[in-house]
Ligand binder design. Structure first.
Ligand SMILES: [Zn+2]
Length: 418
């Protein structure tokens, strides 16, 4: 029996040993990166390894039809508090992205069990499947929340043309059972995820962890400026309808767009560009580019969309172009639940940890889980802001601080009294 629950801490040596052992599964011998893409042999081996750790910790281990691996500490009653993240990686990725949140969740449970804690409700460790997007991403979490359809299941393919269906069958999974992975309403009390930041903010501010307020909303457009392709030598500058000039004018105005219509969490990116005919001696007749816009506030997203449209039309008018906007997708922001944010803040206070509130620009399982439960996310710093690369790393001291934050929040939400 623990005398003082708030003094309970995780064992960083044990956590490190398990993260390093897991990180050796699927390691690329040439690049040193991690190749554990979803439903690969390495992905399944990683799941078996973590399943073994869960069993060794005395948890009831179960893999659902979507490949989500759960270790359940059957204690107390009512809905479970769930701690976890994903186990798959991008090709040539890092060993902390996703895996950290899974093993940290397990370590929190081990720390509680060893201390003789008795939570009022069950605690589960979750390792979701196919978060990184081989087949579109967040498949496991979508299966848990009942968002996977039979039609999608039968048609999803990866970039190489491999069907999700076949990838799962090769690993002995029955894809249709993913449709049964939905967790019944009211069986999860909260979902807590610890993840690497994958950006430079925490490291720059020197904080060991951050409490995420929500996942930014995002809208994707494809914009096409159309003018007239013509000879670059014979067409006078004032008589051109140069589509690239329209695009460049618009791009140059992005800081003004954000200043007028955006917020400090706005991110506007032109990441993919093509001009036609793309020949040195021809005035570009068309410019096609992606426009990806993020913000934490959907109202601000709407303002940015209107402002971007206005500016695109102005740039088109200035250069004698037509503009066509293909609005590909609109994903509203996904706020983390106030109860979970509060639990993380209380935990940070108890630990004397300076963990600032911050938004997440990247998507995570937590935003899908928010559809069925109170969901929250914390970040630990990424060294150099790097992830999705072999160099991805987080200092062990920060991992220790972040996992203790996760532990203390889990203790509050699981109703641990001693
Ligand atoms: Zn991740």
């Amino acid at each position: 029996m623990t005398q003082n629950i708030s003094a309970l801490r995780i064992d960083i040596q044990r956590l490190r040993r398990d993260i390093e052992a897991l990180g050796a599964i699927g390691r690329n011998p040439v690049t040193g990166g991690l190749d554990r893409v979803s439903f690969s042999d390495a992905d399944m081996e990683g799941r078996r390894f973590v399943g073994g750790l869960m069993e060794a910790a005395g948890l009831d281990v179960f893999m659902d039809g979507a490949g989500n691996l759960t270790g359940r500490w059957q204690v107390g009653d009512g809905p479970a508090v769930m701690l976890g993240s994903h186990l798959d990686s991008v090709p040539d990725g890092g060993m902390f992205d996703g895996a950290l949140g899974v093993v940290a969740g397990l370590e929190c449970v081990r720390a509680m069990k060893e201390a003789g804690c008795t939570p009022a409700r069950p605690v589960e460790v979750m390792a979701t499947a196919e978060e990184e997007g081989r087949f579109g991403g967040m498949f496991g979490a979508q299966a848990l929340t009942g968002q996977v359809t039979r039609e999608w299941l039968e048609t999803a393919r990866d970039d190489a043309g491999m069907r999700l269906f076949d990838a799962m069958r090769t690993q002995g999974l029955d894809p249709y059972r993913a449709l049964e992975a939905k967790r019944p309403e009211g069986t999860i009390a909260a979902f807590l995820e610890l993840h690497v930041e994958q950006g430079p903010v925490l490291e720059r501010t020197g904080k060991p962890a951050g409490i995420v307020t929500g996942i930014a909303g995002v809208f994707n457009w494809t914009v096409r400026f159309e003018g007239e392709a013509n000879h670059s030598g014979t067409t006078p500058m004032e008589m051109r309808r140069d589509a690239l000039m329209g695009m460049v004018d618009f791009a140059h105005g992005i800081p003004d767009l954000i200043a007028e219509d955006g917020s400090e969490t706005s991110r506007v990116t032109i990441g993919k560009v093509s001009v036609e005919p793309n020949f040195p001696h021809t005035v570009p007749g068309a410019a096609v580019f992606s426009l990806v816009t993020r913000d934490m506030d959907e109202e601000v997203m709407r303002r940015l969309a209107a402002g971007a449209r206005r500016r695109l039309e102005a740039a088109a008018g200035k250069h004698g172009l037509s503009v066509a906007i293909d609005e590909t997708s609109w994903l509203p922001p996904s706020p983390c639940h106030p109860d979970v944010i509060a639990a993380f803040r209380h935990a940070a206070d108890r630990l004397g940890l300076d963990a600032p509130l911050m938004p997440s620009g990247a998507g995570h399982d937590v935003q899908v889980m928010a559809g069925i439960t109170r969901a929250g996310l914390i970040f630990v710093p990424s060294v150099g802001g790097i992830s999705h690369a072999p160099q991805e790393r987080t200092e062990w001291a920060d991992i220790e601080a972040g996992t203790n934050l996760l532990l203390q929040a889990a203790i509050e939400l699981a109703g641990v009294t001693g």
